[in-house]
Design a protein around this ligand. Sequence first.
Ligand code: SF4
Length: 360
Amino acid sequence: MDPALLHAALLPWFDAAARPLPWRTTRDPYRVWVSEVMLQQTQVDTVLRYYERFLARFPTVEALAAADDEDVRALWSGLGFYRRARNLHAAARRVVAEHGGVVPRDPAALGALPGLGRYTVGAVLSIAHDDALPLVDGNVARVLARLFRVPGDPTAGPALRRLWSLAERLVPRRRPGDWNQALMELGATVCRPTSPRCEACPLAAWCEARAAGEVERFPEPRRRAKVVAQRRAAVCLVRPDGAFLLARRPDDGLLAGLWELPAVDLAPRERPATAARRLARSLGAGDARLVRVGQAEHQFTHRHWTVDVFRGDASVTPGAGRWVTPGDLEALGVPTASRKVLAEAGVLAIRPAAASARPR
Ligand code: SF4
């Protein structure tokens, strides 16, 4: 198949059909980079609520590099996948320290920064500078797997390598950034995971899966890692003035450095009430009368939390953690999982929607 035919069909379609998204009005590599990091594993609708706010606070790479960890976490709260924010922040600091505040244009130098894999490097350089670099994300993988009937798990191994090599072969010298965005847009709006709108697809004439009547067969399902179920107990200690105690998660691992109600994993066969009592004692609040007030569920990529929530009056001042009121939460990094638990505890009125883990 001649790539020029695909370019001639897809680029005009993109010019006419592209959704007007705020990051499409800029070629500033820093802004493109922020949007690409936010969009990884998160839907466009969710990112729209965060992108402008984040850039209003950190309009330049220097501003982000100079920011407190706490401020960055707070502005990322609810977007999920917090490692992305930590990497973005660390990478911004390195851009300032090692590259004079200029996002490197050399793919190797850009790819050496924390959190920047081949996808992000291709996206930033092709969109910001029109460098002819390919990219493959979930949407592009789906479109290419159908166009060329690529068998196998598209997220790993030979199938992924084949998708990258196809993307490399197809990326044009003229308008590579628009081409990459057009493929992603086609995957998001037309070549959807289920019920693709082939009748409206500008590439339908060349689509091998469609010609074979096998659109639903591609891409083949990925091999999913097992989801681990984890039972936890959380304790909400409330002072007479209404303030409640939050604890900070460890600096490594899941939800690193973010705030939550003090919580523990249940030991094997341990009852939630027993775990809550054990936790209260460790907080120096062994006298508190704990009442079970609800249960929260949260699904991470490879883990499912079921959290029994207990509430009690605090008559002591525990040594660790921070006393806060609901109004303080905006300034802290409080992830969606913690907000669900806070809602069950009755200290956060609105039960928030979980950040999506689906790609754009
Ligand atoms: S014809 Fe259908 S399956 Fe093929 S690329 Fe277009 S939308 Fe996807």
